[in-house]
Design a protein around this ligand. Sequence first.
Ligand code: AMP
Ligand code: MG
Length: 409
Amino acid sequence: MPTCSEALRLILDSVAPLPARSTPLFDALGLVLAEAIVSPETVPPFTNSAMDGYALRAEDCAGAGAGTPVSLEVLADLPAGSVATEPVHPGTAIRIMTGAPLPDGADSVVPVEATTSEGSRVRIAAPVKKGANVRLAGEDLRAGEELLPKGFALNPASLGILASVGLSEVPVHPRARIAILTTGDELVSASEKPGPGQIRDSNIHTMCGQALAFGAVPVPFPRVPDTRAAVTAALEKARSAADVIVTNGGISVGDYDFIKAVLVDLGAREVFWKVKQKPGGPLGFWLLDGRPVFGIPGNTVAAMVCMEEYVRPAVRRLAGHTKLLRPEVTGTFDGTFRKTVQDGKVHLLRVRARREDGRLVVAPSGPQGSGILSSMLRSNALALVPAGALALRPGDEVQVHLVEEPEDR
Ligand code: AMP
Ligand code: MG
């Protein structure tokens, strides 16, 4: 039976980035570049005005002052998107809007607020610095320069950069599609009133929500009854419907736990079943036609913890990310925890982490039963009680996964 870190290693060693696809910018936010991007163009493509004002020759205003204003003849009006048909020559100016190409002959722009209009002339009562309010061609990006490295996760600024040089589609690793199959005869939908012995299927919502938050595409399947035939039919469908399959429930040693047996029937290769951890001990991992299959136990917290600790890093690798794991830091425990037996497992506690005098202090966010989702809701981190420890006391050091922080390793 692998430890948590061995299980994670076995999973990550079994997955590789999905083949790159040329993807329109509107669909590319958060996706990872499969290649470095070199700029085919220069930005700005032409020298232009940074202000609404007057394009002129700084030299003409050299002697301008409050008592000695300079008056220039205004030759034309130049809106953004137009090009001047005549140059600025000594003693003249062209009225120009932000973004319009600087006319030949002009070297500076005076903002309209610093001028006084006098019919067909403009009065300027202060000297002008040569080059003022002019944006030079290529001052932002140069043709041939590397804009973004391979492995870059596209953010809004990078989408704008790509658009500005005419790259409307980019080679990225696609979002992984995750088939999510909840199982259990006791389950009804959130919209239904449970009958005797029934509960609502909450995991389909936590897990689909997590998949979306991981940057993947959840593909929720119709709930699967606890029969071998139903599990077989659902997995047969899922094997061609997604890049990753996640089953939930039916993975322990109960009389109606068919996931394992059916995966064997379908020819899946078992990488491991069971991990030395709590919650989520019955977690299993298979490869079905080379696709990762996670068999995750049904307890609500076990489901979320396994998604966070194992499915998320795998999905990030599929998506081409190189940083796969959230920050792991040392915290100071503020509470008490005791295992009921020495089970040799790492216990992942739901905790609330806070900064206090430069230290990270973590306190349990509520009762730690693997079906108690309310303490998951109140947590922002998982504390890892080592396999060899029987208890944690106030002030003990403990390793913590910061599950609301971006990956850093
Ligand atoms: P299992 O892993 O199938 O043995 O289920 C373990 C526990 O989790 C049982 O109490 C189930 O009722 C509960 N459970 C299983 N699946 C779900 C689900 N989709 N939503 C909420 N609870 C579930
Ligand atoms: Mg079940």
